[in-house]
Design a protein around this ligand. Structure first.
Ligand code: COA
Length: 195
């Protein structure tokens, strides 16, 4: 399914008083704080620092201009020479590794903006598909991913430490690029993206 006008029109973006930019070294503490507040999958500091060191150019944060604090992040990685979810071939995949937005900032389009920037960068760096894992119970996050034309490609039993299954959701570049570009255009007009 391609990004239709109707799916594009459903994006709501209220990004007032925010800066959205690539993660900097000094943001890592804030990212860890948001991760602990928003997700049960809490990695150690070393993991965040490694992701920043290796994949810093595809790691985005949202900052509240009034407080200077990180209030959301999208941490990603790229995987080369891996099996495609959509064909028999071997491809470069983007992996949305961890995404979170503090509760009091939700439903303003912040995750939409962070995800769009991340996907855009991963496509520009050569990914032909992007995937992620999501709890089968996490309907809010799944709704967000469906808007970007992700679809469920697999279910992994007991993927999470507490025994819950994961869906693997994935999208092809040609199925989501138009949507990503549309969101990027909208957020660029708002002047919230620094780099
Ligand atoms: N209920 C239903 N749909 C929801 C939703 C909710 N609570 N939250 C987001 N969505 C869907 C909606 O379609 C929404 O569009 P709408 O507001 O126009 O209806 C769309 O996603 C975009 O939402 P957005 O405002 O960009 O998301 P957000 O900034 O509120 O962040 C999460 C969404 C999932 C990142 C946030 O709820 C969160 O941090 N959750 C805990 C961590 C988590 O689940 N991370 C993802 C793990 S895979």
């Amino acid at each position: 399914m391609v990004g239709t006008a109707s799916s594009i029109l459903q994006f709501k973006l209220d990004l007032r008083d925010l800066i959205i930019r690539r993660c900097r070294f000094e943001d890592i503490g804030g990212v860890i704080y948001v991760n602990r507040k928003t997700l049960p999958e809490n990695y150690n500091e070393y993991l965040f620092l490694s992701m920043y060191r290796i994949f810093g150019d595809i790691f985005y944060v949202a900052i509240d201009r009034n407080t200077g604090r990180v209030i959301g992040y999208c941490m990603n990685k790229m995987e080369e020479n891996t099996k495609s979810f959509f064909s028999r071939g071997v491809v470069t995949k983007g992996h949305v590794f961890s995404l979170g937005v503090l509760k009091e900032y939700r439903r303003r389009g912040i995750a939409t903006a962070l995800l769009a920037l991340s996907m855009d960068k991963m496509y520009r760096k050569g990914c032909s598909e992007i995937f992620l894992e999501v709890r089968v119970s996490n309907k809010p996050a799944q709704k967000l991913y469906y808007k970007f034309n992700y679809r469920v490609v697999a279910r992994v039993p007991r993927y999470y430490a507490d025994g819950e299954d994961a869906y693997i959701m994935a999208t092809l570049r040609e199925d989501s690029e138009d949507i990503v570009k549309h969101v990027i255009e909208k957020i660029s007009e708002m002047g919230v993206v620094v780099d």
